[in-house]
Design a protein around this ligand. Sequence first.
Ligand code: FES
Ligand code: FE2
Length: 346
Amino acid sequence: MIETVQHRVTYAWHPSHAARWFAVSCSDRLRGAPLGVTVMDRPIALARTSDGRAFALEDRCPHRHAPLSAGLVTGDGIACPYHGWRFDAQGRLCAIPGMPADCALPQVRVRAAAVREHDGLIWLRPDGNDEGELPAMARRNPPGSRRFLWQTRWRAHVVDAVENFLDPMHTHWIHPGLVRRGGEREPAVAHFQSTEAGFNVLYQGSPQQSGLLYRLFESPRESERALFDAPGSAQIEYRYVNGAIVRISLHFTPCTSDRTAVFATLHVENRWAPAWLVRAVVWPFLKRVNDQDARMLALQADNLQRFPGVRVASTQLDLVRHWVETFWATGVAPEDAQAREVRILL
Ligand code: FES
Ligand SMILES: [Fe+2]
């Protein structure tokens, strides 16, 4: 299956991002047939060997450039859909149908990306080096605590997508009644702090959330935190007085400059909450919230096409933009991201 991505502009991604790990698919979506994905404008074919190991190759056969993601899985690799050239999981050419056995094969290979699987997601490192750790956020959840996993795609630049998820200020406007009730606001303090992998924001004094789901299902809260781990993992973590912890994580992977893959997980600790129940209760809510955000981000992305290169006008309420934007533009955390406290009306 080939993913259809309209490439309008090819955006210059900072080269250091190729050495980072990105979520590219839910594990259960990759079965018998190869899958086409795009990471930072690089088309990639994902597939599994017959023993279940996932691998990733550049989605282009060196013969006549047919997409390998439309090909066939062949035991230990993939066969091109056009003339059947066969490549192994490392991208080495192994066979050409019709070529007599005593003839040498050309010295060509397909570039391979590194692949790992963890907690229901397939992760990929574009430069092909199987080194370094997955984002800490993905590794921190205890095994078995995942209740929900879903993937979608937003029409948005990765920076706008991350900002949307971590920004509480739009919730009154875009999700009135669901996340927060429109109109009613109360004073709170947001503490921003850099971490080794990114940053976190602790919200203090934030009132019990006024949205429908929160009113129905929450017990008294101890804390609410927003976390970010480079390159694209964002999380809202709720801790409760009764010891329960709920973490909603979104792992963002840039496909192109205006398409971002989103992998959403919900982890629950120390609380009876079977997956079927969480799914039944939370899914309609999350889907609605997602549709509202996706619609606004698409409007924003379209407008940015009409005004290319414009800069944003931010205030102290836009707590996370500077960090995320600087990181994606330069490949490193901003040097001036000091710890700070910001008064907000939530
Ligand atoms: S294009 Fe791939 S085998 Fe010919
Ligand atoms: Fe939102």
